[in-house]
Design a protein around this ligand. Structure first.
Ligand code: HEC
Ligand code: HEC
Length: 293
């Protein structure tokens, strides 16, 4: 009897020290990133800035994940990763945190607790300008408060294990490898604006350089393929999610009508001009978001 109790105690000790080790290493990993987070751009709460921020939030998909009224969203049922993802209420968040903290979460994937985020696609916002980020903060702070009850987020053991053994990359590291903008805004202001839009709207799913990515064994297209679209068909795709030939797509057809219908004619022109010009640019191989299938 005694030996059985000793064996059980021994087994419990081994298992719990295994869990303890995974916990400690994964916590260390989530605190391991480059930082140079500084943000001292003034937040002006005037009508124009708030409207600019609302436009950024709409076209960058903040409402799709944080709720149409920024009230927050529990992804528990929808995503099985990272066990329980909860997008926080952004008006509460923005009123309870200083601008530098909010900017670091949005653009650098670093949470208010100083740990890297795991589900928020900050890499899609890494290149947002200070001005647009400030406008976004003004919008979130001024939005009417809608409160719903949200559960606590949870990082599951399998995800911790993936971080601990280096099989997962957190958002602070992804945000750090987003390519710099290439087009010179003085030489070519239209294409430069198009690049800015693509690199802060489309790289969430089309690869950090918008030249395609591999996700769960599936490829999303290189956006140079927009050259196959007329300007008119491109607008239809972004406004309605319907692709050339009247095709309904998957995720693309879901997100486009939520985010892109309010892009202005100029934004569409610039985005189109930039994307079709990609056919002349080489694609870099050997980037982490496009491993060989
Ligand atoms: C694909 C869904 C998704 C999109 C799009 C998204 N978020 Fe998030 N966001 C999340 C989730 C989930 C969290 C919770 C933290 C985590 O799990 O990474 C989060 C966390 C945050 C946080 C808090 C970070 C912290 O300190 O814990 C802020 C601020 C935030 N998001 C702002 C934004 C803004 C602004 C936008 C639009 C520019 C946006 N998010 C777009 C899913 C999203
Ligand atoms: C939330 C993810 C997501 C975002 C953001 C996104 N796309 Fe897509 N897109 C996809 C996926 C996934 C596909 C492949 C088809 C599918 O499964 O929906 C796709 C397909 C496409 C296609 C191919 C259509 C065809 O004819 O087959 C084009 C063009 C496209 N996207 C353009 C864009 C542009 C431009 C942006 C930014 C303004 C953008 N996408 C943003 C996920 C996204």
């Amino acid at each position: 009897m005694r030996i059985v109790i000793i064996l059980i105690a021994f087994a419990i000790a081994i298992i719990s020290s295994g869990f303890g080790t995974v916990y400690i290493i994964s916590e260390a990993r989530l605190r391991d990133f480059q930082t140079d987070s500084k943000f001292d751009y003034p937040i002006s709460m005037n009508v124009a800035a708030i409207e600019q921020g609302r436009h950024i939030a709409r076209t960058r998909g903040c409402m799709g994940c944080h709720g149409q009224q920024l009230e927050g969203k529990d992804f528990g049922e929808q995503w099985d990763w990272p066990e329980r993802a909860v997008a926080p209420n952004l008006s509460i968040y923005a009123n309870n945190n200083d601008a530098a903290t909010i900017a670091a979460a949005i653009r650098q994937g670093i949470g208010r607790d100083g740990k890297a985020l795991t589900s928020m696609p900050s890499f899609n916002f890494a290149r947002l300008t200070d001005e647009d980020t400030a406008a976004l903060i003004a919008f979130m702070r001024s939005a009417p408060l809608v409160e719903i009850s949200l559960p606590k987020p949870k990082l599951g053991w399998s995800v911790r294990w993936d971080f601990a053994r280096g099989a997962e990359t957190h958002m602070a590291d992804w945000a750090d490898v987003v390519p710099l903008l290439q087009v010179d805004p003085i030489e070519d202001p239209e294409r430069a604006n198009g690049e800015y839009l693509a690199m802060t709207m489309c790289n969430e799913c089309h690869g950090l350089d918008v030249r395609g990515q591999t996700l769960y064994g599936q490829r999303t297209p290189d956006l140079a393929m927009v050259a196959a679209y007329s300007r008119e068909d491109f607008e239809t795709l972004l406004e309605t999610g319907v692709a050339i030939g009247g095709r309904e797509l998957g995720i693309m057809s879901l997100v486009a009508p939520d985010r892109f219908p309010e892009l202005s004619e100029t934004e569409l022109d610039n985005l189109y001009a930039y994307l079709i010009s990609l056919t002349e640019e080489p694609i870099s191989a050997d980037v982490p978001w496009r491993p060989e299938l």
